[in-house]
Ligand binder design. Sequence first.
Ligand code: ADP
Ligand code: VHF
Length: 369
Amino acid sequence: MNTNSWNDWNRIVLKVGSALIAPSGNGCSAHQLFPIAQFIIECRKQGKQVVLVSSGSVAAGRHVFSNPDNPSLALKKAMAAAGQSEMVSTWDRLFDFHTAQILLTHGDLRDQERYHSIRDTIMTSLEHGVMPIVNENDTVTTDGLKVGDNDNLSAMVAAAAGADALIMCSDINGLYNKNPKIHEDAELLSVVSEITENIKEMAGGAISSTGTGGMLTKLQAAEKATAHGITTYIVNGFEAETFSKLVRGENPGTVFTPYKNPMQDDLHWLTHTTRAQGEIIVDQSGAVCVLDDEKTLSSDQLVDVKGNFNIGDTVLVKTENGNRVAKGVANYSSCLMSYISDQHEPNETAFPTIESLIEDKNIAVLKEA
Ligand SMILES: Nc1ncnc2c1ncn2[C@@H]1O[C@H](COP(=O)(O)OP(=O)(O)O)[C@@H](O)[C@H]1O
Ligand SMILES: N[C@@H](CCC(=O)OP(=O)(O)O)C(=O)O
């Protein structure tokens, strides 16, 4: 098995769910955080760097607005704004070292320049002994701009930070073959060496009012992280024993085995962090060219363009029968590409052939190709 443990870890991303931060709906409670804080302190004592991805801003801010039952989106954002400072200061009180608040949106992570800037900030903070505390910037996100859940966010952060391990602390011991909060006979899976369709079918949503995404988003996160070579755990953050087991090199929950041949950084970012802003439909020769060593795509191979995208945005390359060939970075806007694809007789239009519609060094081949 390819899984590594405690002694092999230099950098760990620890994700803590809302239920642990604000369990009762009355603001933050440090009570459940002591064992987690002790674990972080132990990691640092042994020279391991820790990045904390902490949920809980909405749950922590709820009581400020008299615990409304069905808060509107605007009210949720206000709760996040109020709860974020309470959440970070609760963590801060547990440590005698400095922490650094990092608030991100998907809009930041999917932009390659900003992604590298986020990585630099995390790495520099760690080098200076400062622990980053990351959350989604819930007060500014819109549907198109948000990651939406901190499981996926923690995997993106773990990849950006080049972590060795991602540990997702939840209110449950790990992944069961069915939701144990509904089925008494559910059985825990200790090791998952491949996230197959069968495994995905086991995952259900969240039952609690505080959690977002349930097991499904944790599996998506595990898929992202293991593809980067990061050993991934789902563990019960309510049990102090969880953390003593991790320090002893034991598995306290479910461990996901990392890929033997992890994806190279830029391709991982393209595949697992970006979202396609549009589609380029190509003919058969285009599909072949994108997949061969040259990885070129010329305007003669363009059939259609869907969606609105700008230069530098991620696009899906698809065949005319809908197969996803690759994900790439557009060298031209959707506006210009649509104009080109509308020129049915290129020789009559004086519009020259464009040789490189997508960046040739940045192409992630997709499974359906
Ligand atoms: N197959 C499963 N195994 C374990 N938990 C599951 C499963 N399917 C659904 N769940 C639910 O996922 C919940 C954990 O997700 P969530 O509430 O989002 O936690 P967190 O706030 O830690 O992210 C569990 O409490 C459980 O109700
Ligand atoms: N960004 C949100 C957390 C979203 C989320 O994924 O929550 P959880 O499922 O508890 O990890 C917040 O701080 O409230």
